[in-house]
Design a protein around this ligand. Structure first.
Ligand SMILES: [Zn+2]
Length: 436
């Protein structure tokens, strides 16, 4: 799908910041945007008929193929769920399982307005293929995990998958993905940090998801998790830290100084009852770039980022005991990736990438990628009141009518082409794994 450059596309009659506008997309980018922009004769056009034009959402941390595990063993405690349900089935996964699980995830993301995701999962080349075939942008890595696997085997798998992932660009790119400090040896973490620095690759890792992770790290290394990763050279402007629930003030300052990005996963945190949420107000004061993620469908179980945005905002207000702690417009910007330049960077592996929190310029502007959503303006959730407040607290992914990536229409009128086949194939794969 992404091998061909999309034909010019013009959207007209859309509403942006209260004004009726047209937008012309050429070669995957926004070529013109404003009140007078109209389609030329015979050109592909969308009559938006008053729909709201907004930037798309960005899922900063997920394991897309885990849609296959949705609703399976979710009432077990974390370690029993992993040991008894997830790990035995994951041992049987083949690339086609990951491919169809990811296609299912991509269909769900397209329907609910997410156009880019950061993924960590087995058989990453199958994830990359599914993202490309779905038309989404993705940054993809296979987990480094040397509990049970030997380190040289893990290194070899990683190097060969990096080679395969390099073939998918520009919309699908590679990342290193050491799973967590408690599943990856110190030696392998150091190796990953050095490889990331040498090849200028992004790195994503789960960090400080549970309090136990912190106490174990203190016991084993005499350091809190962020300081431990820093000692191994893992914290830099291309580093994405997922969760960050149990970070203390000194860790937040260290993470800010290194220019890392932190991705909050509030729904997965609540489902697994980890006892807290990312300390957002302190993270923002420290100047950390923040994104929002769903985590895998095995522990959420939805990939509807708008639903998670509401939970994120509510959890922050509740934790702070302060309803002014996260204004709706700021929350919305977090969900679009606008508060985390690395997550939206066209080539996060390029050396000019900006870490830290410097907000990105407006995502909908001439010269920017032609990625956008049209939202149903007449839907009850959006028909009156403040748009940002409605997007955060009233809407769900069902308000998305049209999803466009790089000028290609992936959904129009709420219909994702080929959805029935994708669902059928994913069910087939889950049945094969004995979890259908
Ligand atoms: Zn995760």
């Amino acid at each position: 799908m992404s091998d061909t450059i999309a034909a010019p596309l013009t959207v007209f009659g859309a509403v942006l910041d209260g004004e009726s506008v047209g937008m012309r997309c050429e070669n995957g980018r926004i070529a013109a945007l404003g009140p007078g922009v109209e389609p030329g004769p015979g050109e592909e056009a969308i009559d938006a008929a008053g729909a709201l034009l907004v930037p798309p959402l960005l899922n900063g941390h997920t394991h897309a193929a885990m849609t296959l595990f949705r609703g399976w063993g979710g009432d077990l405690p974390l370690m029993r769920w992993l040991r008894e349900v997830i790990w035995p089935v994951e041992a049987k996964l083949v690339p086609e399982d990951v491919y169809w699980g990811t296609r299912l995830a991509c269909a769900e993301m397209i329907r609910t307005g997410t156009t880019r995701f950061w993924d960590m999962y087995w058989h990453p080349e199958a994830t990359a293929r599914a993202a490309r075939d779905s038309g989404l942008r993705a940054t993809v890595g296979g987990p480094l995990f040397d509990a049970g696997a030997t380190m040289p085997a893990m290194q070899e798998t990683t190097l060969s998958s990096l080679e395969e992932l390099a073939e998918f660009g520009p919309e699908v790119g590679p990342t290193l993905a050491p799973h967590a400090i408690y599943t990856v040896s110190e030696e392998l973490l150091r190796w990953a940090a050095e490889l990331a620095a040498e090849r200028e690759l992004p790195v994503q890792i789960h960090l400080s998801e549970t309090e136990r992770e912190v106490s174990d790290c203190l016991e084993q290394h005499g350091l809190r998790p962020a300081a431990y990763l820093d000692r191994l050279g893992m914290l830099g402007s291309r580093t994405v830290l997922a969760h960050g629930v149990w970070l203390d003030q000194a860790e937040l300052e260290l993470i800010a100084e290194r220019g890392c990005t932190v991705v909050a996963n509030p729904v997965a945190n609540m489902k697994l009852a980890v006892g807290g949420v990312l300390p957002y107000p302190a993270a923002r004061r420290a100047g950390i770039a923040i994104g929002l993620g769903t985590d895998g469908a095995g522990s959420n179980d939805s990939l509807d980022l708008l639903a998670d945005l509401k939970v994120f905002a509510l959890a922050q207000r509740q934790a702070a005991g302060d309803p002014t702690v996260l204004p709706a417009e700021e929350a919305w910007r977090i969900a679009t990736g606008a508060q985390a330049p690395l997550l939206t960077s066209a080539s996060p592996h390029a050396h000019q990438v900006r870490g830290g929190m410097t907000p990105k310029r407006d995502a909908l502007g001439v010269g920017e990628p032609a990625d956008f959503l049209l939202l149903r303006a007449g839907t009850p959730e959006l028909s009156l009141g403040d748009l940002h407040s409605n997007l955060v607290y009233a809407a769900s992914g069902s308000v998305v009518d049209t999803t466009v990536v790089a000028g290609r229409v992936l959904m129009r009128g709420g219909e994702v082409p080929g959805l029935d086949e994708i669902v059928a194939r994913a069910v087939e794969r889950a049945n094969r794994l004995g979890i259908g």
